[in-house]
Every structure is written in C-alpha cells, then in structure tokens.
Design a protein around this ligand. Sequence first.
Ligand SMILES: [Fe+2]
Length: 264
Amino acid sequence: MPFGHNEYGRETSRQRPRSVSGEPAHRFVLDGHQPSAAVPRHRDRSEDLGFSPGLGAILCHSVGAIIMTMKTSSRPVALQDFVSELRKFPEAAFVETTTILNFLQTTPVSPDTLAPYLTWDRQHYTRNLIDKTPLYELLAICWEMGQVSSVHNHRDQNCWMAVPMGRLLVGNYRVIFQDLNAGKCRLEPADTVEINPTHPCAVDPGEPVHRVYNPREFNERAVSLHVYSRPFDTCVVYSPEQGTCGEIKLHYTTECGKPSAKTT
Ligand SMILES: [Fe+2]
C-alpha cells in the first residue's frame, strides 16, 4: 500500500498529495446559512433502538436486532445493524475521535446492504443521507472514477470516513492564512492518505481542511460512509491555487433513498 496511516489517517511517509485533474465537483451554491445548532440531550433505550419520533431524528429503515458482539467482530454487518449500534453512542463519543474511529474499524458495513442509498452521476459525486439525529448525520457518498471534492472544512465538526466499496485518497491541507470575510486564504498541501475497506479514518480536528478523490488509476467506483458530528449544512471551500475561499451550502442528492427536493 503506497500510503501509511495513523489515528487520523494521516500519512506516515513523506509522499505529498497527487495532482488530480478536473474541477471540484461539489454541487453547492453560495449563501449565508449557518450550521444547525442542535441541542444535546440524553437518550433512552427506545432511542437506542432507533425509535425516537418527534425528537428530530431521521431513521430511513427498520432497525433489526442488536448485535452484541459487533465491536469485536471484523466481519461486515448490515447497514441497519451499523446504524443501530451508532445510535447507542452517547454524546461524549462524538466529541473526540477515537471511539467512533474504533467503531468503524471493527464494524465494516456490507456493501450489499447499501444499495438503497447509492446513486451515481457522471458529472459529480452524490451525497446520500442515511440517518440523522441531533448528534450526527450519516451519509453515503458515491464516487465515479476521477471524481474529486473541493478542498473544504467541516465547520469545526468531527468527521469519520469508512470506505465499504473501492478506495479513495484524502489530501490534507494546512491553512497558513484565512480571511473568510475577504475571501482570501493561503493553504499548503500536507499529507495524503488512502482509505479503503480496512482503513477508515477520522479527520484531524487540528488540521481539518482536506479534499477527497477517487483517482482514475484506481479504476473502480467507490462508496464512502461519512459520520459528521454534529450535522452541518454549510462549509468553507478553498481554492489553494487561487488563494480564495468562501462559504457554501450543502445539499443531499437523496434522503432516505429518495431524491431530495431541490431548493435552488
Ligand atoms: Fe470532508
């Protein structure tokens, strides 16, 4: 494997990010929306099972039996069981990165069970909402060969990524200077890591600016699962080459397996 990993999926060799052709593929529009400010709250057993009507959570599928041995198994599990387990974590697990990263490492998702959430577009990658609670949102992002995200941040929210299908590269950047009001920035490339079915990663909260891409030379589609905590609906995108940055609004391609209503 050409890239090493550590806790944050950061490269352990000296290799720099590869150049990837093509324009950033985010289908976003500029606006001034702020991330949602969900209120932390305690969960009870019924919510752990995914039944929390009226509490702001979205559950796209029925939840099956709890798998008690899940955290010691590396065999792929059904998506619905993955979600059931993810919903058990308390707020504290999403404040730091190790607990959820360990969960992703020990709980790979069976690709077959992702089918209802996979959509493909030759023009840009797709963002498909699987589950959303006040604590987190879970997305499947589908990458055709050669597709690449903008360089972006996560609004100071934690992010974990697993790749049940194919493999992807994450190119990290250091922000040397940023003036969002002026739309100016200066970034320099940091490290690049590969994520794949056996190597999930957590975005480093101390250096959270990155882009994700599926190089053509990998020669296959890829699907990544993203856990964002807390959910956010805007982010900052950067052009390292032009030294510009700006806030954009994020959209889902599908929600719960159905096309999202377009707002723009
Ligand atoms: Fe990201």
